[in-house]
Design a protein around this ligand. Structure first.
Ligand SMILES: CC(C)(COP(=O)(O)OP(=O)(O)OC[C@H]1O[C@@H](n2cnc3c(N)ncnc32)[C@H](O)[C@@H]1OP(=O)(O)O)[C@@H](O)C(=O)NCCC(=O)NCCS
Length: 169
């Protein structure tokens, strides 16, 4: 499989992109984040990724996992996981701590993933979402993702189809 061979540098904000809220920085995921990220997963999902599953991504050469940290609180408050396979990115997870929502953090991390994708000549970023997850669907549509498929009965607890959304470069 032709995968990217080195970990990417974070591309940083492009000119004209909104700045992050004060005290928030975006960095690559590292081992010190794992406890906070496992907590975020448990808060957000009925079938959360475990600490061990997240830790495995630290060894995964396909993984592009980005974390937003609150510098003062010394804690991870938002993260996005993506797998870079050939010329496509698959967003596996995105979660924002409930106390930090509606401040543009999810949008900032998706933009960072898009910057990475452009820098690595990807043709598209794709993801799955519950159609009932209105905040997430609204987030993706507001960023130019278009629905291009359905996976019937993809999710459990509760059972639901997955809507497939993609952003094409
Ligand atoms: C979905 C989620 C990641 C959004 O994070 P966020 O940081 O609050 O989102 P942002 O502040 O960047 O919002 C960007 C846009 O998303 C949409 N959006 C976000 N939250 C919304 C909500 N509660 N209702 C409607 N639209 C919403 C809006 O279009 C918003 O733009 P606006 O604030 O200019 O109106 C967050 O609610 C979350 O972590 N949910 C639980 C985990 C989850 O469902 N992840 C997605 C799995 S597919």
């Amino acid at each position: 499989m032709d995968t990217h061979s080195t970990k990417p540098p974070l591309s940083g904000r492009k000119r004209g992109e909104p700045s992050l809220p004060a005290g928030i920085v975006i960095t690559d995921m590292h081992a010190d984040h794992l406890d906070s990220l496992a907590d975020l997963e448990s808060m957000a999902f009925s079938t959360p990724w475990s600490y061990d599953a997240l830790a495995e991504e630290l060894q995964n050469p396909l993984a592009v996992f980005l974390v937003a940290e609150d510098v003062d609180a010394e804690s991870a408050v938002d993260y996005l996981g993506m797998h870079h396979i050939l010329d496509e990115g698959f967003i596996t997870n995105i979660v924002v701590h409930p106390a930090y929502r509606r401040q543009g953090l999810a949008r900032a991390l998706i933009r960072e993933a898009m910057n990475y994708a452009e820098a690595h000549d990807m043709s598209r970023i794709t993801l799955e979402v519950r159609p009932s997850n209105e905040p997430a669907v609204s987030l993706y549509e507001s960023m130019g993702f278009k629905q291009d498929g359905i996976r019937p009965g993809f999710y459990d607890s509760p059972k639901e189809d997955a809507a497939i959304y993609s952003f094409y470069f």
